[in-house]
Design a protein around this ligand. Structure first.
Ligand code: ATP
Length: 311
C-alpha cells in the first residue's frame, strides 16, 4: 500500500528536555496506527510536530508526499484532527458547525451540502442535524467532531483519546463508527488512547517511552513476543506460596501485585500438571490467560499505562 506518514530522525528539545530523541517510523496508507506511551513519553510533542503545530528541532516528516516544514498548507489539508476537548460551537446546530468548517477549509460551495450529508450519514446524525449541539449527549458530540474532522476529505485522521469520558456502550459504538470509516473512506487513522483494550483495534501500535520508540508491530505480534501464558494465583498464604514457586518453578517470571501472584510461563499446561499438584498451600483463586496489550506495555515500559515516563 505504501506509507502515508514518514518520520525520519525526528527530534525535539525544549530548553533542557530532550522530549523526542531521533525517532523513525512510517504509517501505512489505510491502517489504524495506535500510538501509546506513559505520560510524558513524548507522544503529544511528536503528534504536534506531525500536525504542523510545533516545529521540530531536527529531522523530517512527510505526510501524503508533502514535507511538513515546506508545505504546511498542503499537510494541513491532508489531515483531520479530533481533539480531546470539545471544540464545537454548542450554540449552533450540527449543520451550522459543519458549514463553518467547510468555509474554513475551503470545501467548494457546490459540494458543501452533499459532503455534510455524507459525513453525517457515517456517524448516524442525519436526523439530528438541525438540533443545537448543546442538546446532544457526550457520544453524539464526539461523533459530530469526527464528522467535522472528515469534511475536507483528509487522508489521515488524528484521534486523540477519542473515547475519553464516554460510557462503555458509547465507546463501543464509537469504535464501530471508526471501523466503518476505515472501510468506507479508506482513511488512515493515527490514534492515541489510554484504554489498551481499545488499542487492540489498531493494525499496528508503536510504544513510545522517554522520547524513543521502543516497540512497533501488530498487537498480535507484540503479544506473541511475550509468549506463553499468564497465570494469576491467590493462595491462603501468598508469601509461603511465593517461596515454593521460586524453589520449584524454573523459567517463570514471578511478580506480586496486591493479593495476586502473577506468573509468566511458557506453557500453563506444564505448569498446572507439575506444580499445582505439589503446592502445599491451598489455592483460593486461579486464572490463566494469554498476554494482553497491557502486559506488552508493562513489559516494554516497566509501567502501567497512565503512569509517568520518568518514574
Ligand atoms: N512546552 C514545553 N516546554 C518544556 N518541556 C515540555 C513542553 N512540552 C512538553 N515538555 C516535556 O517534554 C516531555 C514529553 O512531553 P509530552 O507532552 O510530549 O508527553 P506525552 O507522551 O504526550 O504525555 P501525556 O500522555 O501526559 O500527554 C515531558 O518531559 C514534558 O515535560
Amino acid at each position: 500500500m505504501g506509507s502515508i506518514i514518514k518520520v525520519n530522525d525526528l527530534t525535539k528539545t525544549y530548553k533542557k528536555v530532550d522530549a523526542v530523541k531521533g525517532i523513525n517510523f512510517e504509517v501505512e496508507k489505510g491502517e489504524i496506527f495506535g500510538f501509546l506511551g506513559p505520560n510524558g513519553a513524548g507522544k503529544s510533542t511528536t503528534i504536534n510536530m506531525i500536525c504542523t503545530m510545533l516545529p521540530p528541532t531536527s529531522g523530517s516528516i512527510v505526510i501524503n508526499g508533502y514535507d511538513v516544514k515546506k508545505h504546511k498548507d498542503e499537510v494541513r489539508g491532508s489531515i483531520g484532527i479530533i481533539f480531546q476537548e470539545n471544540t464545537l460551537d454548542e450554540k449552533l446546530t450540527a449543520n451550522e458547525n459543519l458549514m463553518l468548517h467547510c468555509r474554513f477549509y475551503k470545501v467548494p460551495k457546490e459540494k458543501r451540502e452533499e459532503r455534510i450529508q455524507e459525513v453525517l450519514e457515517i456517524v448516524d446524525l442525519v436526523d439530528e442535524r438541525k438540533q443545537r449541539v448543546e442538546t446532544y449527549s457526550g457520544g453524539m458530540k464526539r461523533r459530530l467532531e469526527i464528522a467535522r474532522g472528515l469534511l475536507h476529505y483528509p487522508k489521515v485522521l488524528f484521534l486523540d483519546e477519542p473515547t475519553v469520558g464516554l460510557d462503555p456502550q458509547t465507546r463501543a459504538h464509537l469504535w464501530e463508527y471508526i471501523l466503518k470509516l476505515k472501510e468506507k473512506e479508506g482513511i488512515t487513522m493515527f490514534l492515541t488512547t489510554h484504554y489498551l483494550d481499545e488499542a487492540e483495534i489498531s493494525d499496528r501500535v508503536a510504544i513510545m517511552d522517554k522520547g524513543e520508540i521502543i516497540a512497533i508491530d501488530s498487537p498480535t505480534a507484540l503479544k506473541d513476543q511475550l509468549g506463553g501464558d499468564i497465570i494469576e494465583l491467590s493462595t491462603e498464604d501468598n508469601e509461603k506460596a511465593l517461596e515454593e514457586i521460586r524453589e520449584k518453578v524454573e523459567g517463570a517470571e514471578v511478580t506480586v501485585k496486591e493479593d495476586t501472584i502473577h506468573l509468566k510461563v511458557s506453557s500453563s499446561d506444564a505448569f498446572i500438571s507439575t506444580f499445582i499438584k505439589t503446592l502445599n498451600i491451598p489455592v483460593t483463586r486461579l486464572n490463566i490467560r494469554k498476554p494482553t496489550l497491557n502486559d506488552v506495555f508493562l513489559a516494554f515500559t516497566g509501567r502501567k499505562i497512565g503512569e509517568s515516563s520518568d518514574k
